[in-house]
Design a protein around this ligand. Structure first.
Ligand code: SIN
Length: 331
C-alpha cells in the first residue's frame, strides 16, 4: 500500500514537472532589422517566424520580428545583442567593422562580377571561415543572406567618376566604403540607414549607394532623380546571434530553430534577385528616377578610379582572403 502511494506520488510529481515545463515561459527570439518587410531580409525574417511557428517547437519559441529600425538601428543592434536585448539580426556585412576587419572584403569595389561569384565565395572554405570571425567577440555567424549589387543614386547624373567629385554620399560604417568614395574625390558620410531618406530629402547629402530593393522600399527614388546602374559593390548580410543565447538554447530546441533559419535564409537568397528586379521595374514605372546605364568605357573609368582601394586594405583584410574572393569570379 505504502509502495503504491509512493509510486503514485512520484507519478504525480513527474506529471507536475512535465506540465510545468510545457507551461514554462516560451523562449523569445527578437529579430531586429532596419529594412522594410517587402525586401529579401524582411521576407526572410517573416519566413523564419512562420517556420518556427509551424515546427515542433512552435509552442516553446516565440519569434518577434521588428523591421524598419523599430527596435534598434544598425548602429546599436550588435551591442543590444551582446546585452541580451535582441537574439537575432542580419546586419549588412559592411557594419561589422567594429568587431572584425576581415568582413570588409565584401565591400571592396568591383570585386565580384555577379551574385554567382558571391555565392561561390561565401560557400568556399574561406567564406565559411569568415562566419566564425566574430566568435571572439561573442557573436555567432549563422549564415550569409543576399540582397544584391549596389547602385549609385544621386541628385545629378553620375556617368563618370568626375561627376561624383565634391558630392556628399551617405555610406554604411565601413572604412572601405569611405575610401571608395574618397577615391573619386567625393565626401562620404557614415550614417544609419534610418536617416538616409531624410538626409536625401533635405539635400543634406547628394547621394547614396544601395540595391534597387532598398532604393525602392525606402522611397529614395522619390528624392533621387538619377540612379546609375553601376553594380560596383555588394550588399549582403550575415545572420548573427550571440553565442551565449544560441548555445544556451535547449538541446531539443536548437536544431529545430537552426533548421527553420537555414530554410528561411535559403528562401531569402532565392527571392533576392527577383525582388531587386521587381523594385527596379517599379522605379522605372514611377517615372521619378532615371536609370542610367553606363557604357563599357564609362564603367571602366569607375573601376580604374576605385579599384586601388583593394591595395589600401590588403593588410587589414588579408591578401589571401582578397585573392580567394577574386578567384570566385573564375567559376
Ligand atoms: C540593409 O539593407 O540592411 C541596410 C543597408 C544600408 O544601411 O544601406
Amino acid at each position: 500500500m505504502r509502495t503504491l502511494k509512493l509510486a503514485s506520488l512520484t507519478t504525480l510529481a513527474a506529471g507536475v514537472m512535465m506540465a510545468g515545463s510545457a507551461l514554462a515561459d516560451p523562449i523569445t527570439i527578437k529579430f531586429s532589422h532596419v529594412v522594410a518587410e517587402n525586401t529579401p531580409k524582411g521576407q526572410m525574417a517573416e519566413k523564419f517566424k512562420d517556420l518556427v511557428e509551424q515546427s515542433s517547437v512552435g509552442d516553446r519559441v516565440d519569434v518577434e520580428v521588428y523591421p524598419n529600425s523599430q527596435l534598434y538601428g544598425d548602429d546599436q543592434v550588435l551591442e543590444a545583442m551582446l546585452l541580451g536585448d535582441v537574439q537575432l539580426a542580419a546586419p549588412a556585412l559592411s557594419k561589422f567593422q567594429k568587431y572584425t576587419d576581415q568582413l570588409q572584403v565584401f565591400d571592396l569595389p568591383f570585386l565580384f562580377e555577379d551574385m554567382d561569384a558571391v555565392e561561390r565565395f561565401q560557400s568556399s572554405e574561406t567564406g565559411q571561415k569568415l562566419l566564425t570571425s566574430l566568435e571572439s567577440k561573442g557573436l555567432l555567424g549563422l549564415g550569409y543572406l543576399h540582397n544584391g549589387m549596389k547602385q549609385l543614386s544621386a541628385s545629378e547624373p553620375l556617368r563618370v567618376p568626375e561627376d561624383a567629385a565634391g558630392k556628399k554620399f551617405r555610406i554604411m560604417t565601413s572604412d572601405v566604403l569611405e575610401a571608395q568614395f574618397e577615391a573619386v574625390d567625393a565626401a562620404p558620410l557614415k550614417k544609419p540607414f534610418s536617416e538616409v531618406f531624410m538626409m536625401l530629402q533635405t539635400q543634406a547629402i547628394d547621394g547614396q549607394e544601395n540595391t534597387y530593393s532598398n532604393i525602392y522600399s525606402q522611397n529614395f527614388y522619390e528624392v533621387q532623380p538619377y540612379i546609375t546602374e553601376s553594380n560596383h559593390g555588394l550588399l549582403d548580410y550575415m545572420v548573427v546571434s550571440s553565442a551565449s543565447f544560441w548555445n544556451g538554447l535547449p538541446d531539443d530546441v536548437r536544431p529545430e530553430v537552426e533548421k527553420a533559419l537555414d530554410e528561411a535564409v535559403a528562401y531569402g537568397n532565392e527571392i533576392a534577385a527577383q525582388e531587386n528586379q521587381e523594385a527596379k521595374q517599379a522605379i522605372i514605372d514611377s517615372g521619378k528616377s532615371e536609370i542610367i546605364e553606363l557604357t563599357a568605357e564609362q564603367r571602366q573609368q569607375w573601376v580604374d578610379a576605385m579599384k586601388p582601394v583593394w591595395e589600401q586594405f590588403s593588410d587589414a583584410i588579408g591578401q589571401d582572403v582578397i585573392d580567394a574572393a577574386a578567384a570566385s569570379n573564375e567559376g
